[in-house]
Design a binder for this molecule. Sequence first.
Ligand code: HEC
Length: 280
Amino acid sequence: MKTMRILTAAAVVGALLSAPVMAGNVDPAADLKAVRDYFAKKFPETPFNDYINGVYSIDPASRAQWEAIEEFPPYEPNIDKGDELFHTAFANGKSLADCFPGYENGVRQNYPFFDKATKQVITLELAINQCREANGEKPLGYKKGAIADISAYLAFKSRGKKFDVKVEGADALAWYKRGRDHFLAKRGQLNLACADCHVYNAGNYVRADLLSPALGHVTHFPVYRSKWGELGTLHRRYGGCNKQVRAKPFKAQSEEYRALEFFHTYLSNGLEVNGPGARK
Ligand code: HEC
């Protein structure tokens, strides 16, 4: 029943972001304005800066319980582990700390970014593994475990810093468009796009879950989910949401998900890093 309602709503609304665009005609600044205006109108009680709190920014009923959890955060041991891993020497004597100058003052907000030299979108997790490999170490798995701990440590150091993703030049714009296309494309047996659930139906229920707004989605990752019983990365969550509509997930750190993260984080420009976070 609930799913039916989602399909209908998505079919009827359809205006925001959904106008088909030609490759050259994507306008990130216009998208950003449209998304901010849309949510400001949809949730007039929610101040812009509060979207970093995900579904709790629009759901006062569950917020108190969540705030109690955040007082004794389940991800605290992960931050400590990440701290240790970040400073543990590689076989060559260097460490991750050597690859991330300025980490003490926060670097999380600088990711993802478009690297002009390689024409790639570089996410924080990719940069962590690039550093390891450049120093002769094996890359870490991308969804959980050590990489999530290190990411949590770096996010924690960056709390309060604001995202400001830049989309400059045709190549960066092509990555942005790819992420935007993923976000808007209907997929899976349920034939639903990210935007159907997290834009048009944000604030509605799908089964027992209230759907969060896409604005602010990325700010608190990695996330300790009670359902996982552990910490997971943003791309792990992407995979879960692809599976939820019975679509085949892409690989964590695939170009597809890095493009999605690029677009998705751009939408949160101006919002603060508040990771790691705790979620149901
Ligand atoms: C069928 C509806 C549905 C679709 C489609 C869907 N999601 Fe989700 N998503 C959920 C539900 C339910 C949750 C958990 C409650 C919440 O935070 O919205 C969730 C949670 C999330 C979260 C975590 C939010 C947080 O605060 O930690 C992210 C990020 C996310 N989705 C991204 C996506 C992306 C990107 C896509 C498209 C690839 C997508 N979702 C597609 C239902 C959906």
